[in-house]
Ligand binder design. Sequence first.
Ligand SMILES: Cc1cc2nc3c(=O)[nH]c(=O)nc-3n(C[C@H](O)[C@H](O)[C@H](O)COP(=O)(O)OP(=O)(O)OC[C@H]3O[C@@H](n4cnc5c(N)ncnc54)[C@H](O)[C@@H]3O)c2cc1C
Length: 284
Amino acid sequence: MNRYDCIVIGAGPAGISACIYLQRSKLKVLLIEKSTPGGRMLQASKIDNYAGLNDSGINIAAKMFEMLDLTKIDFVIETVTKVTKEKDIKVVTNQNEYVCSKLIIATGFVNKTLPNTNELDFVGRGISYCALCDAPLVKNKKILAYANSKKSLDEILYLSTLADKVYLITKDKTISKDNIEVLNDTTIKRFNGTFKLNSVTVIKDDKEIDLEVSMAFIYNGYIPGTNFVKDLNLTNSFGLIEIDGKYETKVKNIYAIGDVNNRNVKQVATAVGDGAYVSSIIIK
Ligand SMILES: Cc1cc2nc3c(=O)[nH]c(=O)nc-3n(C[C@H](O)[C@H](O)[C@H](O)COP(=O)(O)OP(=O)(O)OC[C@H]3O[C@@H](n4cnc5c(N)ncnc54)[C@H](O)[C@@H]3O)c2cc1C
C-alpha cells in the first residue's frame, strides 16, 4: 500500500496552493487530480480579480501548476472514488489505494451528469464541458451542445463561430443562427462510438434520432465534488463539506479547502488562501 504523510485531492487553485507550501516541508505528499490541472479556472476567459495576475484562466492555471516541484511531491492523474477513515485515512481511486495521516480535500465543483445516459464513457473522447478549452477541436466539425442555462448559451454561440454545424438542445426558444439547429423538447438517450464519439441518439416527439457529431458539449450545471466522502457524513444539505475555523471537517485530520467547503465566497483568491492556511497548519 502507498503511504503518505499528506494527500491532496484536486489540482485546482486550492489544491495547487496547498502543495506549493507542502513541497517545502519534509512531508511525503501526493496530489491526485482526475483531469487537467487548473480546475474551474480553466473555464474562465478572463480572471481580473486575483492580485498580481490579469490573464485568462488557462494561463493562470498553467502558471500556478508550473510552481509545483514534481521532484518533491508525487502527482497522479486518477479519480478518487472513496475515502474511509479507521486508524489511518484510506483514499481509493479508479487505479490505486493510498493511505495517509492527513487528507486535504480540494475537489471544488464537478459537472452534473445527465441522468440515464452513458455520458461518462466519452469524457475526453468527444464529450467536453469547456468551450474555451476545446474550441480548437470543433473547427469545421458538426457538434452537439446541451445547455440548461442562459449563461451556457453564450459559450455555445462562441463554438458556433468555429463549428460547421451545431445541434443545440435547449429550452430557449429565442436563439437563431444559420448554422445552429435548435432542438427544443429533446432529451439525450445515448452517446455512440467505438473509442471516440461519432453520434448521439436523442429523443424528440417520441422518436429516436441519431445525430452524427464528433463532439458534444454538455452544460447541465455543477454540484460539489463530494460523492466519494458520502459514507463519512461530512456534507451539509447542499453537498458542501462542513468545516471548523481551521478548515478541519468533523473527522479529525481531514480538511476541506476552496469551493468544496461551506464557506460563502467561492473565488480563486479564497481557494488559494485556504490552501496556504491549511498546509501551514499541517507543516507546523
Ligand atoms: C466560467 C467561470 C469563470 C470564473 N471566473 C472567476 C473569476 O473571474 N475570478 C475568480 O476569482 N474566480 C472565478 N471563477 C471561480 C473559480 O474558478 C473557483 O472559485 C476556483 O477554481 C475554485 O478552486 P478550487 O481549487 O476550490 O476548485 P476547482 O477549481 O473546482 O478544482 C477542483 C479540482 O478537483 C478535481 N477533482 C474533483 N473531483 C475529483 C476526484 N474525485 N478525484 C480527483 N480530482 C478531482 C477537479 O478535476 C478539479 O481540477 C470562475 C469559475 C467559472 C466556472
